[in-house]
Unconditional design. Structure first.
Length: 468
């Protein structure tokens, strides 16, 4: 049954990979002013900006500088009117790609809004100066739109520098660089920041009050809580600043750092909890150590991919590759964290059959099953359901997906904290060391008799408390 659920989870995440790639939804909340340098690029279709939602009061501001079009020797000079920057409704992006793949030019299509072609850039009266295109969106341009550079000259390669600003004008005359439907996400982030901070204060107070029952894993959970709060704080700052200026103003560097530490700590904590480290046994088996050593480089690569996809922008040639890598590594990470839980459940099941403590071991087995189900539920709700909400809801309610994702994650944090809180009568913390003998491949068998908290009243609880 567990194998079936794992396969179903992996299949669902893998199927979403193709959809995620097609929709290009990553980073929608961070619609900064885009600056890109295209150099000797042969692509017929280059995305210039993430999908952006207009409300009827939008503005498109584009600057082009140092454009150059080259063709192989012996090929006729290209018609610059066949190279253009266009706007396309998000729902029609795939049609644009299909048209180009069929060898047709989509510039005159009814779903394509041609902003300007490169003949206009050439005819710009001030030679050597940047070409500046500015337009208020027509009334019909409402919803999510994406900007593309389209080239209907297959032999030509292009080079140019471009700056793209998309924003909506607010009633007070100020600019908002955040898509319609996502302008309230910063306030949602602040609300969850307050909730996490309140939870962190309660958790620290509990750990101080129950000092004798607090283990190393609880201290690690505290560090995770602190980093999570700092991550949300920097994210909220980045969102507020970006919405008003179109720039990160340095907030992105701090956010990337805390987010990388948070992601790494989160997966390591879940793996260690599932393995029973510190609160049930003072060691990790070889296979559990290998899982930790697998997750660490995966998370490092995940954060590299995250930074590349956000900093390079969609116009980069390798952007899709990094985006695919980010999704694949995320799927691998969420599946890997389930393995220690499955191993612990299997070991408890075997122990229940092998000794005379069947009733007690089956009770512990049920507790781990609950934890397994909670982790599975969190993966589905935070990864899959939230994404489906983003794709099915109207663009004006895109914030609901963020609310749902963060709500599911907060509920997961609270549930895990309640399950593993440091109290005398916590059933997880009363599991004896004898129930978790290291597997034959472990090099930690000599630690089997190490002091360990055995629950309320156990002499070893004091030794473990001092050791922490």
């Amino acid at each position: 049954m567990r194998a079936v659920s794992l396969l179903a989870l992996l299949l669902a995440c893998t199927l979403l990979l193709g959809q995620c790639r097609a929709e290009g939804h990553h980073g929608r909340k961070l619609q900064e002013i885009v600056r890109d340098s295209i150099r000797n690029d042969p692509r017929s279709l280059i995305p210039l900006h993430q999908p952006f939602a207009f409300d009827g009061h939008g503005v498109i501001d584009i600057k082009v500088l140092e454009d150059e079009i080259s063709v192989p020797e012996g090929v006729a000079r290209p018609n610059r009117a066949n190279l253009a920057v266009v706007g396309v409704p998000e729902s029609r992006e795939s049609h644009l790609e299909t048209t180009l793949m069929a060898g047709e030019c989509p510039l005159n299509g009814e779903d394509v809004w041609e902003l300007f072609n490169f003949q206009s850039v050439t005819d710009h009266p001030e030679e050597g100066k940047e070409f500046h295109f500015h337009v208020d969106t027509p009334e019909g341009v409402i919803g999510r739109w994406t900007l593309y550079f389209v080239k209907c000259e297959p032999e030509a390669t292009v080079s140019f520098d471009i700056e793209v600003q998309l924003y909506n004008m607010l009633p007070d005359g100020t600019r908002s660089y955040v898509s319609v439907g996502e302008d309230g996400v910063a306030f949602i982030t602040m609300a969850f920041l307050c909730a996490y901070f309140a939870g962190l204060v309660s958790w620290v107070g509990l750990c101080i009050k129950q000092r004798s029952d607090t283990h190393k894993i609880h201290h690690l959970m505290t560090v995770l809580g602190v980093v999570k709060v700092l991550t949300l704080l920097t994210l909220a700052g980045m969102q507020f600043v970006l919405a008003r200026t179109g720039h990160y103003e340095g907030w992105d560097i701090v956010y990337y750092f805390f987010n990388a530490v948070r992601a790494l700590l989160f997966f390591v904590v879940i793996i260690l909890i599932g393995a029973g480290w510190s609160y049930m046994k003072p060691f990790l088996a070889d296979r559990e150590k290998r899982i930790v050593m697998i997750v660490i480089p995966i998370q490092i690569l995940c954060n590299i991919a995250l930074i590349v996809t956000r900093e390079e922008g969609p116009a980069a040639r390798n952007w899709i590759t990094w985006w695919d890598l980010l999704i694949i590594l995320d799927v691998v990470s969420v599946v890997v964290i389930l393995l220690p839980i499955v191993w612990s459940m299997r070991h408890l099941k075997e122990a229940a059959k092998a000794d005379g403590k069947a009733a007690r071991n089956y009770r512990k087995l049920e507790l781990f099953r609950q934890f397994y189900i909670v982790v599975i539920a969190w993966i589905y709700f935070s990864r899959i359901i939230a994404f489906l909400l983003l794709q099915t809801l109207s663009f004006r309610y895109a914030w609901v997906a963020d609310l749902f994702r963060e709500g599911a994650t907060l509920a997961f944090y609270i549930y895990v904290a309640m399950m593993f809180r440091p109290t005398r009568h916590n059933p997880y913390l009363s599991i004896e060391m004898a129930d978790f003998v290291p597997p034959p491949d472990s090099d930690d068998e000599g630690d089997e008799e190490a002091p360990l908290n055995r629950g309320a009243g156990g002499d070893s609880a004091e030794a473990q408390g001092k050791g922490d």
